[in-house]
Design a protein around this ligand. Structure first.
Ligand code: DPX
Ligand code: MG
Length: 564
């Protein structure tokens, strides 16, 4: 038996070993041989996207469902588009591996100019750019180095939960290299420094113990760093109120007796901010505090009350404990933390009754409230709801989730257009779930053509396209003519994408009756996606968006601080 395989085959074996069943691709002459090599691996389905931005977002969505993902693009014209989605994966802590074909090694250093490049003889720039948006960026220039460079990049991505970049020259993808050996350390979790972990747990336990009203807050990095179950164990040990940040919605069950809502400063869910902001100890697990999540810096939690558990360190008040990993820390703290349900009791006493909005008249013009009421009704424990940047964020945050319901939001990167390709990737990673997407008209115009790939693969996604005739979120932050969007006939687009062989369905709903009928058809349709265009008024937005938008606008408008 030969001791060698091709570099492309080596890569495919590693991708399979880390749990991938798909990889996303756009063809180009720098990656064709590589794509041929990957196709030889029958357990790894090659999935095509309309463009490289979509390809990287599809991989980002797949990583949300599957833990890891890979996408393959051509040099520069492809990779530079994919960088936007890759940077998004960095911001969102998702290990996406971007593989780019690259120039023939005979042309490197030979002062030759090549197509798809800058028209200079520099072929280092792409990897240099990739360094800023990955935790490891490698360029293979000789078959002998391929195994160690591929493993180095994949290992870094899995450990850091950040993207990695691998460049493979077009004349090396089919060249021979050593066979992949066993590699268990790809999966081994990092181990905390014992002394630092013990000190962090001690300091955190003391702060919680002396607190009269402790509260727990789940953050976005909890999932990527494997802390969800340890967080729940800690919550149940303390018995206190548990809030989640918006981009951690679904990381703690909303039906759990200790759940007190979504903490988003002044636009938190009812009763939640009062409890969080009056707490005297807040354990925030994997949080990301930025201008959006702090509502224009109006909701900053006081440092002296805060235990901030980061992926690789813990801050307690002013002290920092390094090399302490999130899940291990939560786990160890759960074993010693003292019970104190005060904030939960306080929340229960003050809890406002949240009523469901009433059913609108069947033929009355469709409103946002009626649309949300109907979408809420189809969200079950097996559903994942994806929400695009825009008022879909707030509509989604207001949905009640059952135990098991998934929720995906790209709140740190916040790229409009993320959700359509990310949903395509997500459904491939979670084929047995019901997938529901809420996306605005403006966002859809960036990447909407990726619906054709859902049609191609017969994926039964339900897409609610909220047509409010513009960029509502920007209207609330700062209005002008630039917030108007050219209208499209969105529902009819599906026929364009179907062409002669597709089975996507498109509907347009202007009232509750039409929406109800369209949803029934969508639920019954399993041979492809269903897009339901919901027509609502331009100014029919959530009250949360208005309040949040005003505060973010004020933060954006701060004059430069005087220096000196
Ligand atoms: C922009 C945003 O129609 O949703 O509910 O009407 O707001 P809403 P739409 O999809 O409009 C989205 C629009 C223009 N943000 O309101 S959120 C700025 C922006 C961004 N990403 C990129 N470009 C611009 N977030 C890539
Ligand atoms: Mg809109």
């Amino acid at each position: 038996m030969s001791d060698t395989v091709t570099i492309g085959s080596y890569l495919a074996t590693r991708l399979e070993q880390i749990g991938l069943r798909h990889h996303f691709a756009v063809a180009g002459d720098y990656n064709l041989v590589l794509l041929d090599q990957l196709l030889l691996h029958k357990n790894l389905q090659q999935v095509y996207c309309c463009n490289e931005l979509n390809c990287s977002f599809a991989a980002e969505g797949y990583a949300r469902a599957n833990g890891t993902a890979a996408c393959v693009v051509t040099y520069s014209v492809g990779a530079l588009s994919a960088f936007d989605g890759l940077a998004g994966a960095y911001a969102e802590n998702l290990p996406v591996i971007l593989i780019s074909g690259s120039p023939n090694t005979n042309d490197l250093g030979a002062n030759r100019l090549l197509h798809h490049t800058l028209g200079t003889a520099n072929y280092h720039y792409q990897r240099e750019m990739a360094r800023h948006i990955t935790c490891e960026a490698v360029a293979i220039t000789h078959p002998e180095e391929a195994p160690s460079l591929i493993d180095k990049a994949i290992r870094a991505a899995l450990r850091e939960k950040k993207p990695a970049y691998i460049e493979i020259p077009c004349n090396l993808a089919g060249a021979a290299c050593a066979k992949p050996g066993p590699l268990t350390s790809l999966f081994e979790p990092r181990k905390s420094d014992r002394a630092s972990l013990a000190a962090a747990v001690d300091a955190a336990a003391r702060l919680l113990e002396k607190a009269v009203r402790p509260v727990l807050l789940a953050g976005t990095k909890l999932r990527s760093h494997g802390g969800i179950s340890a967080f729940r164990a800690l919550a149940e040990a303390v018995g206190c109120g548990v809030a989640v940040m918006p981009n951690a919605k679904s990381f703690f069950p909303e039906e759990h007796a200790q759940f007190i809502g979504i903490y988003l400063g002044s636009v938190s869910s009812p009763g939640c901010s009062e409890v969080v902001e009056s707490a005297d100890a807040i354990l925030a697990a994997g949080p990301l505090f930025n201008d959006y999540t702090t509502v224009g810096w109006t909701a900053q939690l006081a440092e002296d009350k805060l235990i901030q558990a980061e992926p690789d360190r813990v801050r307690v008040g002013g002290a920092v404990f390094n090399y302490v990993y999130l899940a291990e820390f939560l786990d160890a703290l759960a074993r010693v933390a003292k019970r104190n349900p005060a904030t939960l009791l306080e929340f229960r006493r003050s809890k406002a009754a949240v009523g469901c909005s009433s059913i609108a008249a069947a033929e009355a013009p469709l409103t946002r409230a009626e649309m949300c009421r109907q979408i809420q009704a189809i969200i079950d424990p097996n559903t994942t709801l994806l929400v695009e940047t825009g008022d879909s964020w707030f509509n989604g945050l207001n949905m009640a989730l059952a135990d098991g319901t998934g929720f995906e939001i790209q709140m740190q990167w916040g790229h409009i257009g993320w959700s359509v390709p990310a949903t395509f990737g997500y459904v491939l990673g979670a084929p047995d779930r019901r997938i529901v997407l809420m996306v605005g008209d403006g966002s859809f115009q960036l990447t909407g053509q990726e619906v054709c790939q859902m049609i191609r693969l017969k994926l039964p996604v339900i897409i609610f396209l909220i047509n409010n005739h513009g960029y509502a979120i920007e209207v609330e932050i700062h209005d002008g003519p630039y917030n108007n969007v050219k209208n499209w006939d969105y529902a009819s687009l599906i026929n364009v994408f179907n062409a002669s062989d597709g089975e996507g369905r498109g509907f347009r709903a202007v009232n509750g009756k039409e929406l109800d009928a369209a949803i029934a058809q969508g639920l019954a349709h399993s041979a492809g996606p269903t897009l339901i265009e919901c027509i609502i008024d331009r100014d029919d937005c959530t009250k949360e968006l208005m309040a949040w938008g005003a505060k973010v606008a004020a933060a954006n408008a701060r004059p430069p601080a005087r220096i000196g």
